[in-house]
Design a protein around this ligand. Structure first.
Ligand code: DC
Length: 247
């Protein structure tokens, strides 16, 4: 990894609706770091295939889509549709698609100012040398309840049993695939958010980061008292820090 030993790179991995993206955004905001939600890359590839009417298992088309993604593809509002979610977990199981997206993610992690990346394999495959690795988890019921609330908030009329079933199906695909399966890095801090609110978990992570700085003999980063740092130019963390529900 390029840069000095005090450059802060945080990886945040975990299953669907574990709260990893909310936590990662908040950490990016507090430390003024650029944030990449790597799940959006797989979602964008899947969306392109669906839009082109191609089967999700069409490896050549999926790799071509992965190679030609643009930042605008990651901004599309329909990336979180259930159809895209299921298709994303299928394209994510294609090794050539993962390989095609790797350089891009590593370049993001190598930014001189540091970075926060969230996903499934950011601490195990993308940047295993990151100094701070987090693995966020929660019970499947708690995650299904969060997902159910998100869908309701979007005006959809989900059926809880179906949400639970789809979540379990995605978990199975993400953890059982041959390439880069979802699992904590050996040196990851594992955080269970089942009964913890966002700020309690954030406080644990801040202590963990400060402990790393002390061990590495880096000066303390001392985030602002209100927890919000001025943001760098690119890909700002979008959370305002006031929404304290896990997404
Ligand atoms: O985090 P998410 O739900 O937006 O991710 C969508 C899919 O992409 C998910 O089913 C697993 C896959 N994914 C992955 O395999 N590796 C990552 N680093 C991020 C996401």
């Amino acid at each position: 990894m390029s840069g000095c030993r005090c450059r802060l790179v945080v990886t945040v991995d975990g299953p669907t609706a574990s709260g990893k993206t909310t936590l990662a955004r908040r950490i990016a905001e507090i430390y003024g770091l650029p944030f990449l939600d790597t799940g959006l890359l797989y979602r964008a590839v899947a969306r392109r295939l669906l839009a082109a009417g191609r089967p999700v298992e069409d490896e050549a088309a999926a790799v071509a889509a992965a190679r030609s993604l643009t930042p605008a593809d990651l901004e599309r509002p329909d990336l979180h549709a259930e159809e895209v979610s299921q298709a994303a977990s299928r394209v994510a199981a294609i090794p050539a698609v993962r390989a095609a997206l790797l350089d891009w993610q590593r370049a993001f992690a190598a930014r001189p100012e540091g970075a926060v990346l969230a996903g499934r394999d950011t601490g195990t495959v993308v940047v295993p040398e990151a100094p701070v690795k987090l693995f966020v988890t929660a019970s499947v019921e708690a995650r299904a309840r969060r997902r159910f609330r998100q869908l309701r908030a979007r005006g959809e009329r989900p059926i809880f049993a179906r949400v639970l079933e789809e979540l379990e199906a995605r978990d199975r695909r993400d953890t059982e695939r041959a390439v880069a399966p979802l699992r904590p890095a050996p040196d990851a801090l594992v955080l269970d958010t089942t009964d913890e609110d966002v700020e309690t978990t954030v406080a644990v992570v801040r202590r963990h980061i400060e402990a790393w700085r002390v061990r590495a003999s880096c000066s303390s980063h001392a985030p602002r008292e209100d927890g919000v740092q001025p943001q760098p130019r690119s890909r700002r963390a979008s959370s305002t820090g006031t929404s304290m529900e896990y997404e």
